[in-house]
Design a binder for this molecule. Structure first.
Ligand code: NAP
Length: 254
């Protein structure tokens, strides 16, 4: 079929995979999922798959033109700032319709003891300066591989670091244990992990969604402080927060 509409789906999230699966049910659409290539063994995806950076805004603009992309959906992680900015700029240049699919951030509820910070550097400073309701000595750190560096100078703190893929070399943290895991995570597993390792503080990013929320709920139930790294400002694009809403938007444009 030559007249299929082509959607470039910038992915790397559970939502992008769910959207790819739903779009693949429609024969009139060709979905091309794009991954950065950070994860060693990404889960299988329906439709076409391309892996690796495009090479910046100019290259992405060219890609959209040469590949005759009808729509772009940016379903990347809320903390993946650069690709979202590039996508926004490239779509603007080429007048390609663009939608952002992004989960809503978590909101604190009764019992939560959040210390909100703008980025990983501020989270590390809060630990180092003791800006927390109680001393933070044993930290459950779930911030993503690229955000670990600000915590390296904290020599008196013990970290339980969760990652999807193991580090290629030992992390330069003075005291740590690495556990591997990819969501979704359940509360019972998170509770066991946090109790077994005597965790007194959780440091996490406000990713939103259900797949990784269990640790936040467990921290609340155990009365533990959470250093919550808030999101960077999102792209200035039309945004939806569910796969169904993305499908509606797409149906309205094809
Ligand atoms: P980033 O800082 O915004 O992007 C850095 C560069 O990686 C981009 O400029 C782009 O390279 C390339 N890139 C990123 N996402 C891409 C995609 N989906 N397809 C093709 N190229 C992509 O992103 P990041 O924080 O490193 O995240 C990388 C990927 O991991 C994203 O797809 C994101 O959805 C996923 N992810 C990120 C996090 C997180 O915490 N940041 C968590 C879970 C999943 P060029 O400029 O060369 O095009």
């Amino acid at each position: 079929m030559t007249d299929r509409r082509r959607i470039l789906l910038l992915g790397g999230t559970e939502d992008s995979r769910a959207l790819a699966e739903r779009l693949a049910e429609d024969d009139s659409i060709e979905v091309i999922s794009s991954l950065a290539g950070r994860t060693e063994q990404p889960k299988a995806l329906p439709g076409s798959l391309r892996i690796g950076g495009f090479g910046g805004v100019d290259a992405l603009t060219r890609y959209l033109d040469e590949e005759k992309i009808d729509l772009l959906v940016d379903a990347t992680h809320p903390f993946a700032e650069r690709i979202s900015q590039n996508a926004e700029a490239a779509c603007r240049r080429g007048a390609t319709p663009c939608l952002v699919l992004q989960r809503r951030p978590w909101q604190a509820v009764d019992g939560d003891r959040w210390v909100r910070v703008p980025d990983a550097e501020a989270a590390a400073r809060a630990l180092a300066n003791g800006d927390l309701p109680r001393p933070a000595k044993r930290i459950f750190l779930t911030v993503g591989r690229q955000e670990l560096a600000p915590f390296f100078p904290l020599l008196d703190t013990w970290f339980l670091v969760r990652m999807i893929d193991g580090p290629r070399q030992a992390l330069p943290l003075a005291h740590c244990k690495v556990v591997l895991g990819r969501g979704p995570f359940e509360e019972c597993g998170e509770r066991t992990l946090m109790l077994n390792y005597g965790i007194d503080t959780l440091v996490t990013r406000n990713s939103g969604g259900e797949a990784t929320y269990a640790k936040v709920a467990v921290a609340r139930s155990l009365g533990l402080p959470v250093v919550m790294i808030e999101r960077p400002p999102g792209p200035d694009q039309q945004t939806v927060d569910s796969v169904d809403a993305a499908l509606d938007w797409i149906a309205g444009r094809l």
